[in-house]
Design a protein around this ligand. Structure first.
Ligand code: 5GP
Length: 119
């Protein structure tokens, strides 16, 4: 699970402005943006703009604190905006666990009563 951070991963490019993204909010430390292949309406991703952690296991405590705070803010914002019936907050570590982009991120996925999850 430990490896070399690829500075050209998709999220790094979004942070540098080399790839477009629909941003929800950002500050000097964190960025929240819409998932381009949403699993449900309002699916967002929350990332650190400064950390080179590829996954949760590599993250520094300070980064994690900022990230989880921003993730809570994203979950609260989407709940206020879209009125889902529930919200999933999750993340994957390593390709066998389902991770495809190797820049630590939290998923915020609203859930709606009676709606199946999927793309
Ligand atoms: P993972 O499986 O690594 O946790 O999820 C990566 C997420 O990034 C997926 O939900 C995928 O839809 C999303 N994603 C992949 N490429 C892009 C992109 O270029 N832009 C945005 N906004 N999301 C992306």
């Amino acid at each position: 699970l430990h490896g070399t951070y690829d500075p050209d991963n998709i999220f790094a490019k979004i942070i540098r402005g080399e790839m477009p993204a629909v941003k929800v909010f950002e500050d000097d430390q964190v960025l929240c943006f819409m998932d381009v292949f949403p699993q449900a309406r309002g699916h967002m991703l929350v990332i650190s703009r400064t950390s080179k952690a590829r996954n949760l296991l590599e993250a520094e405590a300070k980064t994690l604190g900022r990230l989880i705070g921003a993730t809570q803010k994203a979950a609260a914002a989407v709940t206020a905006a879209l009125k889902p019936d529930g919200v999933i907050v999750t993340q994957f570590n390593g390709a066998p666990a389902g991770q495809t982009v190797f820049h630590l991120h939290f998923h915020v996925i609203p859930r709606y009563e009676g709606e199946a999850m999927g793309r």
